[in-house]
Design a protein around this ligand. Structure first.
Ligand code: 13P
Ligand code: SF4
Length: 373
């Protein structure tokens, strides 16, 4: 088999107070080679056997390789957004969870199920939002605003979650902040500034925000999107709210990955322009074979890793790495038990308050478009 290749990734980190300039930091991602057709068949067979032998179940995100999505569903696991991945892992009887996604997803699974073994194909699969929000700096920011309720996005470390009052994913962020705003609470939000701005515009809540971005969604460009819309006038635009405000302004529907999937299924249109990670296209196309899905434009026309609309860390999940994790126990997530107990408080709050929100239903955070289609 060919060897992995390593790519450099730039991400932003606020340097002083949130709202001030960002420093550009460097990270890396190790992308495994595509297996040959024969290797793929053999690896899938090996994984099926190991899942049975190890009493394990696969929990995959919509952005990972189609093989890891299809195999998860075929073997009784799940492909979903980050909220439903957390719920599924907590509720499933299997003793081992194999989480294909990025590190915060594996950590959340471990925090919710400390008695289970949680494996990941590659423990170095990170996220620019998590990297760009170190706990010491974020805690200092919280300490400057003791009168505010701290609401953090799931794309954070266990330590940042432990500092929060509430955890949200993009499936429930609007609902949670709306409810807090209705109670008269002022919000400290972190780390995604685009998602925070979007929630602020929608709810009118009094919010101060950390200054992080997702390196994938931050690259979608409004000007080029307008041109693409002109070329496809009947197409509806589906946007993940980690995208910049001028991209969101062009959307027919805004929401989490599962909300985007749901909108594509419900809307009447035959063509859609999709502003989220390109890994999402597999599920969109499989479930809607009669519809056409076009990738929204980014700055680099696919020229750099950062602007190819595919998360380099999600790309670290491969069949061979997953089989190895199951075979050897490599890639086991560890979370300090005391920290895990603290981090669990805001996660449990989120899961309890969103208990009715099931993958496939219209989440309350999908704000536009479904009814108007
Ligand atoms: P969802 O919660 O919508 O699945 O998003 C997770 C993520 O990392 C998006 O970039
Ligand atoms: Fe993080 Fe963006 Fe990758 Fe999602 S797509 S895991 S937010 S870097």
């Amino acid at each position: 088999m060919a060897s992995s290749f390593v790519i450099d990734v730039d991400y932003e980190q606020p340097v002083a107070e949130a709202g001030s300039a960002c420093d550009t930091r460097h990270a890396w991602a190790r992308v495994p080679p595509e297996p040959s057709p024969d290797e793929r068949i053999a690896l899938k067979e090996r994984i099926r056997r190991l899942l049975r032998e190890r009493n394990a179940v696969m929990v995959s995100h919509f952005y990972v390789h189609p093989d890891l999505q299809d195999l998860a569903e075929e073997t009784g696991g799940i492909v979903s957004d980050s909220l439903e991945m957390a719920r599924f892992g907590r509720d499933h009887a299997a003793q081992t969870l194999v989480v294909s996604g990025v590190r915060f997803m594996g950590e959340t699974a471990k925090i919710l199920s400390p008695e289970k073994r949680v494996l990941m194909p590659d423990l170095d699969a990170n996220c620019s939002l998590d990297l760009g929000c170190p706990v010491d700096e974020f805690s200092a920011f919280c300490d400057q605003h003791p009168d505010r309720t701290v609401v953090v996005y799931a794309n954070t470390s266990a330590a940042v979650k432990a500092r929060a009052d509430w955890l949200v994913t993009s499936s429930c962020a609007l609902d949670v902040v709306s409810a807090l705003h209705a109670q008269g609470r002022k919000i400290l939000w972190g780390p995604d500034r685009h998602l925070g701005d979007y929630i602020q515009r929608q709810t009118g809540a009094d919010m101060v925000s950390w200054n992080g971005v997702c390196i994938v969604h931050d690259e979608f460009k409004a000007l080029e999107l307008e041109l693409l819309k002109k070329a496809h006038p009947a197409a509806k635009v589906l946007v993940h709210p980690e995208s910049p405000a001028d991209v969101i302004a062009l959307a027919d529907a805004v929401g989490s990955t599962s909300a985007i999937l749901n909108a594509a299924r419900r809307m009447d249109a035959k063509e859609f322009i999709v502003a989220t990670d390109s890994g999402m296209l597999h599920k969109l196309r499989t479930l809607n074979p009669e519809k056409t899905f076009i990738e929204a434009p980014t700055a680099g026309n696919g020229g750099t890793c950062k602007s190819c609309a595919h998360c380099p860390w999600m790309a670290m999940n491969g069949l061979a790495e997953l089989a190895n994790a199951l075979e050897t126990g490599a890639g086991e997530i560890q979370v300090d038990p005391a920290l895990g107990l603290q981090a669990r408080v805001p996660i449990d709050r989120m899961l309890a308050s969103t208990a009715g929100l099931k993958n496939g239903q219209a989440p309350g955070s999908l704000v536009a478009g479904i009814g108007a289609a």
